[in-house]
Ligand binder design. Structure first.
Ligand code: UFG
Length: 329
């Protein structure tokens, strides 16, 4: 298939491009290189420099004719979305509407959308399945849920078939080492742990040690980006073949605490990784993990690389190539 990957130079997008190429697709990346990086591009894929906020850019891209697209061009920092919602309105919501309208105008009827577990808000029960009520606690999560609703309407009204993939905690790096661009200003646990291990940060702050979990720190469901990437390939094949849309959770189903993640990182890196327990971070749920039974049944998805050791080791391999953020050895 001819596939357009919007946000294909980003952290998750580049892994999606790799998986799409491996599946034999003819891939074009559309990216404004805001957080994506030229170094993440694969020479086997074509590249269009463009911005989803500009309808003309998106229209010109879709005019090249695609059978399917994957949309990952979005801001994703939960905290920032609460401080600067305008950015998220314009980029995530208006940008997606530009994308959907352009896709429809140019006959691209298969859309794989990068959604998030953030659509659920505080869990009422775990593991979280797709029927769990949606009540986002962040503006970021709200944008993802709104887009899922737009997709459902475009399915009804325009015949768009979509797969909304609700990622849990994406982590890890390409196990073949081909993708090694570090995210600028990372906000998530594992990259921060790696920055401490690399000596770029003095210590890790662990947010809360009085949660009702096995060691008092928060439980999350970390899923390897290569596994997420494969899900996009499977989901695109599913919606195209069955002419049916799909919303699925993508998690490893294994809850891991912050302390457990840090312990594994100490073992694998051989570094001390100083950590201090500080107060809870507002908005953090105690335990968040998925059941991915539906993804297993529908798109035949089974994570292969989402054990904590592979998550940490694949990430550490990339960090070891850098002497400072943005500066390779
Ligand atoms: N944590 C720390 N110290 C840090 C950073 C994180 O203790 O410096 C803890 C957090 O409190 C949390 C866990 O590590 O318990 C994971 O935190 P992240 O910030 O990496 O991830 P979140 O679980 O908060 O959020 C992630 C994604 C969101 C997504 C959400 C869905 O970043 O995009 O999962 O569950 F919406």
């Amino acid at each position: 298939m001819k596939v357009l990957v919007l946000g294909g130079a980003g952290y998750i997008g580049s892994h999606v491009v790799k998986a799409m190429l491996a599946a034999g697709h003819d891939v074009t990346v559309f990216d404004n290189l805001g957080s994506g990086q030229l170094g993440n591009l694969f020479p086997e894929a074509k590249f269009i420099a463009g911005d989803i906020r500009h309808a003309d850019d998106v229209n010109a891209a879709f005019a090249r004719g695609f059978d399917g697209c994957v949309h990952l061009a979005a801001y994703k920092a939960v905290g920032e979305s609460m401080a600067e919602p305008e950015k998220y309105s314009v980029n995530n919501i208006s940008g997606t509407l530009n994308m959907l309208n352009a896709a429809c105008a140019h006959g691209c009827k298969n859309v794989v959308f990068s959604s998030s577990a953030a659509v659920f808000g505080s869990p009422q029960y775990v593991p979280i399945d797709e029927r769990h009520p949606t009540d986002p606690e962040s503006y970021y999560g709200f944008t993802k849920l709104e887009i899922e609703r737009f997709l459902a309407w475009y399915d009804r009204l325009k015949g768009v078939r979509y797969a909304a993939l609700r990622y849990f905690n994406a982590a890890g790096y390409d196990v073949d080492g081909r993708i090694d661009g570090l995210e600028r200003n990372p906000q998530n646990l594992l990259p921060i742990v790696m920055e401490v291990a690399s000596g770029w940060r003095k210590e890790l702050q662990i947010f809360g040690q009085d949660y009702d979990t096995r060691d008092g720190t928060c439980v999350r469901d970390y899923v390897h980006v290569a596994d997420l990437a494969q899900a996009h390939v499977n989901a695109l094949a599913y919606i195209a073949k069955n002419d049916r849309s799909l919303t699925v959770n993508l998690g490893s189903e294994k809850g891991v605490t912050v302390t457990e993640m840090v312990e594994v990182a100490r073992k694998i890196t051989g570094k001390e990784i100083p950590a201090a327990y500080v107060g809870r971070r507002s908005g953090d749920a105690s335990a968040l993990y998925a059941t991915s039974a539906l993804a297993r049944e529908t798109i035949g998805w089974a994570p292969k690389y989402s054990d904590v050791e592979t998550l940490v080791a694949s990430t550490w391999k990339v960090y070891q190539k850098y002497k400072a953020p943005g500066e390779k050895k």
